[in-house]
Design a binder for this molecule. Structure first.
Ligand code: HEC
Ligand code: HEC
Length: 361
């Protein structure tokens, strides 16, 4: 038997004790670390610094001048590429329907009476071929595509139908109808040279940099009176042609305008459209409105009366709402009025920070 004297025993007990304490400390620290990783700042706890950081990344350009000097903006295929025979006839009919929708499908339409009298082309300029004129260059390449608004994967038919029900505040022709097939055939033909999944430069609408303030309907009214009213009229109702079967100047609000579920009712879509295309004659390469004017006139027009759409089926997952979707509820802490008029930078920054922290976590 070995005899341990009490001094040695005490030392041993002491070092074992400190070893245990050390081990416990390590375990506790690791546990705390794991806890922290699990419950790190989430959605609702994005800090002001994180938001400021994201906002600093955003462009604050406010000047006129070409919106894009690239020489490789998308252009539509030329007419000579339209096949001969029935396929070509279908494409041409589709183009006519998009350019002169009202003649065929408006309140005095020759085929059916389905819409408010606007033409697709009023918003999809030159039959959906104008750079930054809401063109269709990226439709064939990106549809079918999942959209948060419907919570489904949408075909081109469904997407065209959406504009019938919202922008044209009417009914969509059946997906088996000659008209629907022709419009889809034309849109597919337009995008035939765009690779699957790609969005060419100049596709869709120009993204106007955000203002650091809310867009102002009062300033917008003055811009409207000075630069828009001569064509779209003081009451926003536009002006019909002599035959009374189509608009020379389409309405911007009132009973024959796009409804509250339409794309243009979102400030960013309206501002993007007018920044690059209005007053008539403006283009992305020689715009006539500054960023501020585009946002403010959007705020004025989208504060006027227009048809309401029942949106209760939209956005089954509210966390997917566009930041400028003007109707709550939202998963973020910002008010409905800020989602309508801005400032949008901090809302965008909130969602960017949310995505960032999901990625890092
Ligand atoms: C009042 C304006 C307006 C009218 C009229 C209109 N649209 Fe649209 N359309 C929009 C806006 C705004 C968008 C969304 C653009 C965006 O999200 O950037 C859109 C999107 C689309 C898209 C999807 C584009 C893409 O790249 O995802 C298709 C297809 C489309 N419209 C077809 C039509 C057709 C066909 C008609 C006529 C029956 C029509 N639109 C009439 C405003 C309009
Ligand atoms: C010289 C006449 C003219 C002026 C001025 C003008 N527009 Fe337009 N606007 C048109 C025409 C024409 C169209 C339809 C284009 C087409 O079908 O090719 C249109 C289309 C639109 C559309 C899409 C269709 C709709 O009715 O919703 C919007 C939005 C719009 N204009 C806003 C404005 C704003 C904002 C201003 C002022 C900054 C403005 N316009 C100034 C003639 C004009």
């Amino acid at each position: 038997m070995t005899q341990i004297n009490s001094e040695d025993e005490k030392k041993l007990v002491k070092s074992v004790n400190s070893l245990i304490t050390l081990l416990m400390l390590v375990v506790v620290t690791m546990f705390a670390l794991v806890l922290w990783m699990l419950f790190k700042p989430t959605e609702s706890e994005i800090s002001n610094e994180q938001i400021a950081e994201q906002m600093a990344k955003m462009d604050k350009e406010t000047q006129l001048g070409s919106l894009d000097n690239s020489s490789d903006l998308w252009t539509a295929p030329s007419d000579s590429e339209i096949p001969s025979g029935p396929a070509g006839e279908e494409i041409k009919y589709g183009r006519d329907l998009i350019a002169r929708t009202a003649e065929f499908l408006g309140p005095k339409g020759s085929v059916a009476k389905l819409t408010n009298g606007m033409n697709c082309q009023n918003c999809h300029l030159n039959a959906g071929t104008a750079p930054y004129g809401n063109n269709y260059s990226a439709v064939a390449s990106t549809y079918p595509k999942f959209r948060g608004r419907s919570g489904t994967t949408e075909t081109i038919f469904k997407r065209i139908g959406d504009c019938f029900e919202r922008s044209l505040n009417g009914k969509a022709p059946d997906s088996t109808s000659k008209e629907m097939k022709a419009m889809a055939a034309y849109i597919k033909w337009l995008g035939k040279d765009v690779k699957k999944g790609e969005k060419p430069k100049g596709s869709g609408l120009y993204e106007v940099p955000f203002l650091t303030r809310a867009a102002d309907p009062v300033k917008g009214k003055a811009i409207y009176e000075a630069k828009c009213q001569s064509c779209h009229q003081a009451d926003g109702a536009g002006m019909m042609n002599d035959k009374g079967n189509a608009y020379t100047y389409p309405p911007l609000w009132g009973k024959n305008s796009y409804n509250s579920g339409a794309g243009l009712y979102r400030m960013s879509r309206f501002a993007g459209y007018v920044r690059a295309n209005m007053p008539l004659g403006a283009t992305y390469s020689s715009p006539q409105l500054t960023n501020e004017e585009a946002w403010d006139v959007a705020a004025f027009v989208n504060s006027q009366d227009r048809p309401n759409k029942d949106l209760s089926k939209d956005w089954p997952d509210i966390s997917k709402k566009n930041i400028d979707h003007p109707f709550g509820p939202y998963v973020d802490p910002f008010k409905e009025s800020q989602h309508k008029f801005g400032p949008f930078g901090e809302i965008k920054a909130f969602y960017d920070a949310m995505k960032d922290s999901k990625k890092k976590g």
